[in-house]
Design a protein around this ligand. Structure first.
Ligand SMILES: [Zn+2]
Ligand SMILES: [Zn+2]
Length: 237
């Protein structure tokens, strides 16, 4: 399985990642990516960029060294109704939006609360990717979340960083296996992302690729196996 784009990455701008945009792009090119997306955390995350960062995306070339460059955001879900921390101005500037739950931005909820939060976010038409729904600190009902993803045309993320032994997320492997099996059962589409916080991880999906192979997942359910898969997540204006 060849994965052609990586839309979940962070740079030094995040305050807790360690490479620049150009370092990330260069590493992405070396990995053979056709498109690279930068997705800095939205303003509720301590240490991240301000609104001004998103306003000036226009200066970033649409293509660098043969790779298509996409400018996104990783929004923070800030309540159990699924509201996020992005102003209309930010929403108007980004090419795509991931929404995720983070410990600095929302307390760990119950299964009912977390599930409601993710479904509420998926009902927001601008949100097309749910980031790392694989963390036992935020337990969810996988049947309900995956069924809502199908209904709302939202893509669920398979986050390669969640499989890392040092990941802060809990039970990543077990949860991702359950997530994949439910996506296959209900026909929900998935995206594989690195969630790189260092350039060497951009476009690096080894652990997830091995798992997808082991579970015999049909390529058609993974949107980054075809460059046209970007159409599922880019905001149409
Ligand atoms: Zn995240
Ligand atoms: Zn992230």
């Amino acid at each position: 399985m060849k994965l052609l784009f990586d839309l979940h990455t962070h740079t030094t701008e995040s305050g807790h990642a360690y490479c620049t945009l150009m370092e990330n792009i260069n590493c992405g090119k070396q990995q053979g990516l056709l498109a690279y997306g930068v997705s800095e955390h939205a303003p509720a995350m301590p240490g991240t960029v301000s609104e001004m960062y998103f306003i000036n995306f226009k200066v970033i070339p649409k293509e660098i060294d043969g790779i298509r460059i996409l400018c996104g955001v990783e929004a923070n879900i800030i309540d159990y109704d699924g509201n996020i921390d992005c102003s209309e101005l930010i929403c108007s500037k980004v090419d795509y939006m991931i929404a995720s739950m983070h410990s600095h931005c929302i307390p760990y909820g119950t299964v009912e609360e977390n599930t409601r939060a993710l479904i509420g976010a998926m009902e927001n038409p601008i949100i097309k990717i749910i980031g790392h729904p694989d963390d036992s600190r935020y337990p969810i009902d996988y049947d309900q979340v995956v069924q809502a993803a199908v209904r709302t045309d939202t893509i669920l993320e398979l986050n390669n960083s969640s499989l890392h032994p040092l990941s802060a997320r809990k039970n990543g492997l077990e949860n991702i296996k359950l997530l994949i099996s439910k996506c296959v059962e209900y026909g929900a589409k998935m995206i594989v992302n690195s969630d790189a916080h260092f350039c060497f991880d951009v476009g690096t999906f080894d652990a997830m690729e091995a798992l997808l192979e082991e579970m015999n997942v049909p390529e058609g359910l993974i949107i980054n196996t075809d460059i046209s898969g970007l159409d599922y997540v880019l905001i149409k204006r």
